[in-house]
Design a protein around this ligand. Structure first.
Ligand code: ACO
Length: 493
C-alpha cells in the first residue's frame, strides 16, 4: 500500500482567550450555562489585526520551519476556510509568498462551512495516491475565525488554524482509501447570505439535528464498508463504536460531541436489532437456554452478551423512528452513562484543545487530531495498529467519516524521511502552548468582534485598531492594513 496520510501537523490559535465562566458572569447568564451547558472552558479571541490569511501564513510558515520542509518540496497546497476575505482570491494564493520561486503548486481554497478542510484533505490524499503524484508533499491548511452575532451562539466563537503535511508512508495513514463514508444534503442550518457582516445566519437547533443525521448516515455506511473490507469482530461479528481506539469529532462545543458519541452506542444497538442479532455463543441463545446441560458460567456469558447486544434499550427505543429520539431526555441520560467510560477513553483527548479554544470551524477536526496526537501520542499510547475514526461535519451540509491507522513509517523502503507520531507530539507541544496563553477580560469578545465588523464593512483603506500587537507570540503574522486599492499586507512578529 501507499499509506497516504498525515506526516506532520502544526497548530496556531491566538494567544489571547476568554474564560467561559468569566463570560457567564459578564453576560449575566446563570452560572454553568456555558461551562456545563455547552461543556466549554475557554474561547480564543482575536480582533481585526488577524484574518484567515494572516493565521494561515502563521501556521504554514511554522509547519515549514519546525519540520524543516523545503518549500520546493511542496507540490500541492489547499486551504479550507469559510471566513472569506477577498472572496474570489483564495487564501491559498496569499500563502504562495512562503514558497519562494516554487510557483508550481496545485490547489486552491475549498469552501463549505466547517467541511472545507476535510474536502481539501481528501483532495490531497487522492493526489498523493494517484498516478499524477510527482513525489512532492501536499499541505492542507484549515483556518477560521468563528464568529456569531450577539445571542446564544456567541459563546461558541473561537479561532484557529491547523496545517497538515500530507504524503505517502505516513504515520497517520488512510491505509485503505475506501474506509470512509459521506453524507451530503441540502439544508439551511448555517450559512452566510449577508455579505455585509461576517456572522452566519444560524438555526442552532436545526444545526444540531443536521449534525446527528449526518453522523448517523455516515456511521452506518462507514460500519458497513469496514465490515465489508475486513469483517471486524464484535459480539455479533460487526464493526461497532468500541472497535475504534479513538474518535475525533467536529467540535462546535463539547456537549454536542459528548451527546453525539453517546448516540453511536444507541445506533450500534439499533443496527444489531435490525439485523435480528440475538445473543449467541456458538449457537442460538433460545436453544442454549433450553439446553439443560448449560453451565452457570455459560449462562452468565449469554446474559452478558444479551446486554451487550440490546444494551439497556427498550424494544420501542430500538424500533421507533430515529428522529423521535433526538429530544428524548431519558434516552440521553441512558446514553451518557452507557457511553461515559468509552467517551473518556476514546474522545476526551481529542476534545481537550477545542474545549479551551472554542469552535474553529474548518480547523475543528484537525485541532481534534492535533489534540489527540499531543495527549495520547505524548503519552506513547498512539502505537502502531491503533485506529482513529474522524467525523467531520460542515453545515449546508457535507459530512465525512474516515479512518486513520497509526503506523511505523518505513523510510528505508520509501527512500524518504520518516515522520513519526512522536515527532508530531513533540513539535506540536499543544497543551503546554495552550497553557501559556493570556486570559483577557470577557468584554474583549465584544470589542474584538466589533473591530472585525468594522473591518468587514469598513471599505478601504483600513488600519486595524484591536490591540493584538505586543500580545502575539514571535512568528505570528498580522494584518498591517488594507490599502486604498483594497490590497492587504502582512508583517511577522
Ligand atoms: N447550568 C447547566 N446547564 C445549563 C445551564 C446552566 N446554568 N443553562 C443552560 N444549560 C444547558 C441547557 O439545559 C442545555 O442542555 P442540553 O444540551 O442538555 O439540552 C444546554 O445548556 C444548551 O442550552 P440551550 O438553551 O439548549 O441552547 P442555547 O440557547 O444555550 O444555545 C446553541 C446553544 C444552540 C448550541 C447555540 O450556542 C448555537 O446556536 N451555536 C451555534 C450553532 C452550532 O454550534 N451548531 C452545531 C453544529 S453546526 C456548527 O458547527 C456551526
Amino acid at each position: 500500500g501507499k499509506n497516504v496520510g498525515i506526516l506532520a501537523m502544526e497548530v496556531y490559535t491566538p494567544r489571547t482567550y476568554i474564560s467561559q465562566s468569566a463570560l457567564e458572569s459578564h453576560a449575566g447568564v446563570s452560572p454553568g450555562r456555558f461551562t456545563l451547558g455547552l461543556g466549554q472552558e475557554g474561547l480564543a479571541v482575536t480582533g481585526d489585526a488577524e484574518d484567515v490569511n494572516s493565521m494561515a501564513l502563521t501556521v504554514t510558515h511554522s509547519l515549514l520551519e519546525k519540520y524543516d520542509i523545503d518549500p520546493r518540496a511542496v507540490g500541492r497546497l489547499e486551504v479550507g476556510t469559510e471566513t472569506l476575505v477577498d472572496k474570489s482570491k483564495s487564501t491559498k494564493t496569499v500563502l504562495m509568498d512562503l514558497f519562494g520561486d516554487n510557483a508550481d503548486v496545485e490547489g486552491a481554497t475549498v469552501v463549505n462551512a466547517c467541511y472545507g478542510g476535510t474536502s481539501a484533505l481528501l483532495n490531497a490524499f487522492a493526489w498523493a495516491e494517484s498516478d499524477g503524484w510527482d513525489g512532492r508533499y501536499a499541505i492542507v491548511v484549515a483556518v477560521d475565525v468563528a464568529t456569531y452575532a450577539r445571542g446564544p451562539a456567541r459563546p461558541t466563537c473561537g479561532a484557529g488554524a491547523v496545517a497538515v503535511l500530507v504524503g505517502r508512508d505516513a504515520p497517520l495513514a488512510m491505509v485503505d482509501p475506501r474506509e470512509r463514508a459521506t453524507h451530503s444534503c441540502n439544508v439551511y442550518d448555517f450559512f452566510k447570505p449577508d455579505h455585509a457582516v461576517e456572522y452566519p445566519v444560524v438555526d442552532g437547533a436545526l444545526s444540531q439535528t443536521c449534525y446527528y443525521r449526518a453522523l448517523e448516515d455516515c456511521y452506518a455506511k462507514f460500519c458497513d464498508r469496514v465490515d465489508g473490507l475486513e469483517g471486524v469482530v464484535d459480539v455479533d461479528g460487526h464493526y461497532h463504536a468500541d472497535s475504534a481506539d479513538y474518535f475525533v469529532f467536529h467540535a462546535p462545543y463539547n456537549k454536542l460531541v459528548q451527546k453525539s458519541y453517546g448516540r453511536l452506542h444507541f445506533l450500534d444497538a439499533r443496527r444489531r436489532h435490525a439485523r435480528g442479532a440475538s445473543p449467541r455463543l456458538g449457537g442460538d441463545s433460545s436453544e442454549e437456554k433450553k439446553d439443560e446441560t448449560m453451565t452457570a458460567a455459560a449462562a452468565a456469558d449469554v446474559a452478558r452478551v444479551a446486554v451487550a447486544v440490546s444494551g439497556p434499550f427498550s424494544e420501542a427505543d430500538l424500533t421507533r423512528p430515529i428522529e423521535e429520539t433526538y429530544a428524548d431526555r431519558a434516552l440521553e441520560g441512558t446514553l451518557k452513562s452507557v457511553s461515559g467510560p468509552s467517551y473518556a477513553r476514546r474522545l476526551v483527548d481529542a476534545n481537550a484543545a477545542s474545549r479551551v479554544v472554542g469552535n474553529t470551524y474548518t480547523a475543528s477536526v484537525f485541532l481534534g487530531l492535533a489534540s489527540l496526537v499531543d495527549k495520547a501520542g505524548g503519552r506513547g499510547d498512539l502505537t502502531p495498529g491503533k485506529t482513529v475514526v474522524v467525523f467531520s461535519y460542515g453545515s449546508g451540509a457535507i459530512a465525512t467519516m474516515y479512518r486513520l491507522h497509526v503506523r511505523e513509517p518505513d523510510a528505508a523502503a520509501s527512500g524518504g524521511r520518516a515522520f513519526t507520531v512522536g515527532e508530531m507530539a513533540r513539535k506540536l507541544d499543544l497543551s503546554a502552548r495552550l497553557a501559556m496563553r493570556e486570559e483577557v477580560h470577557p468584554q474583549e469578545l465584544d470589542l474584538a468582534l466589533e473591530t472585525r465588523a468594522r473591518m468587514h464593512r469598513g471599505g478601504a483603506p483600513y488600519s486595524p485598531v484591536y490591540p493584538t500587537i505586543g500580545r502575539m507570540s514571535p512568528g505570528t503574522y498580522f494584518l498591517n492594513g488594507i490599502d486604498s486599492k483594497w490590497v492587504r499586507s502582512y508583517s511577522r512578529v
